[in-house]
Design a protein around this ligand. Structure first.
Ligand SMILES: N[C@@H](CCC[C@H](N)C(=O)O)C(=O)O
Length: 286
């Protein structure tokens, strides 16, 4: 069987031989878990369908989505990310750290500064390596795009005020006094599909603890509640700064762990630092 893949994965015609057994690695970044496939060895013709099938917790591998690691003409590697509902996203912070660990530890590169082509531009990864293992990755996430700072909207009979931020993908950050009172599984889908967001959105609820610490919970577009979101952590940190709630360096505390986010004054770029963890390797039949 032959497949054809593209720049945005599906149209770049290459005519590569398809395989029936696919080797994958399950990895997580602060609990945000994806299935990683090296498409230079295992090209996939239908990643949207496979993301749905393989992400299913009981009948598949179980994950927040599928991430494809591929070659690039303009960077060291490329990343394509599919949410658990099969939709393709422009960017994923947690996956970009995991790709840094994957390509280094699998010997695909010896570089500790790696460039990654994504649908939202080229990101630079800085690896911290100890005894041949990648312990931390800092990603230059680029400049945020700041939308409405105090967007008023109604959902489920309640009024919300949120800050609209793009980190290459869309986010709505809502600050609350007490995050324990947020019923995320109820309000998440209503805000994700709110008519103000024709392309849907990721939603972060955030409670400021101190100027350097923010507790955040996320409802991800296309995947629902996840334990963490890298782009969401960056969006939350930026939203806190533009709302005068925090300094330029914050720890974003999520259900799955903590990410350190720094919004640099001079470059205007956001830097995200955190772990990347390998869970297991596996083989699955197509
Ligand atoms: N978990 C990710 C973001 C994944 C994509 C997102 N759900 C979208 O549709 O934009 C992260 O760590 O950034």
């Amino acid at each position: 069987m032959y497949c054809y893949k593209t720049k945005s994965y599906n149209n770049k015609i290459q005519g590569v031989k398809m395989t029936h057994q696919v080797k994958f690695t399950k990895m997580h970044g602060t609990g945000n878990d994806y299935i990683y496939v090296n498409t230079m060895l295992y090209p996939l013709a239908n990643p949207e369908e496979l993301a749905v099938k393989w992400s299913a917790p009981h009948t598949g591998i179980g994950s927040d989505g599928l991430v494809l690691i591929g070659p690039s003409d303009i960077a060291d590697f490329s990343m394509h990310i599919y949410n658990a509902d099969g939709s393709e996203a422009m960017m994923c912070g947690n996956a970009s750290r995991c790709i840094g660990k994957y390509v280094y530890e699998k010997g695909l590169t010896k570089k500790k500064t790696i460039t990654l082509e994504t649908l939202s531009g080229i990101k630079e990864l800085q690896l911290t390596v100890k005894r041949k293992k990648v312990t931390l990755v800092t990603v230059d996430m680029g400049a945020p795009t700041i939308g409405e700072i105090a967007l008023e909207l109604e959902a489920g009979g309640k009024q919300y005020i949120g800050t609209v931020i793009s980190m290459g993908n869309p986010h709505l950050v809502i600050f609350v006094e007490n995050i324990a009172k947020v019923n995320l599984s109820e309000i998440g889908p209503l805000l994700e599909h709110h008519p103000l967001f024709p392309h849907r959105t990721n939603i972060e609820f955030a409670q400021v603890i101190t100027e350097e610490e923010i507790r955040m919970k996320v409802w991800e577009r296309g995947s629902g509640i996840t334990q963490a979101c890298g782009t969401g952590a960056c969006a939350t940190a930026v939203a806190a700064i533009v709302n005068g709630k925090s300094g330029r360096l914050t720890n974003i505390i999520m259900d799955g762990g903590i990410l350190s986010i720094r919004w640099d004054n001079e470059s205007n770029h956001v830097y995200m630092t955190g772990e990347a963890i390998k869970v297991f390797n596996g083989t699955i039949s197509l």
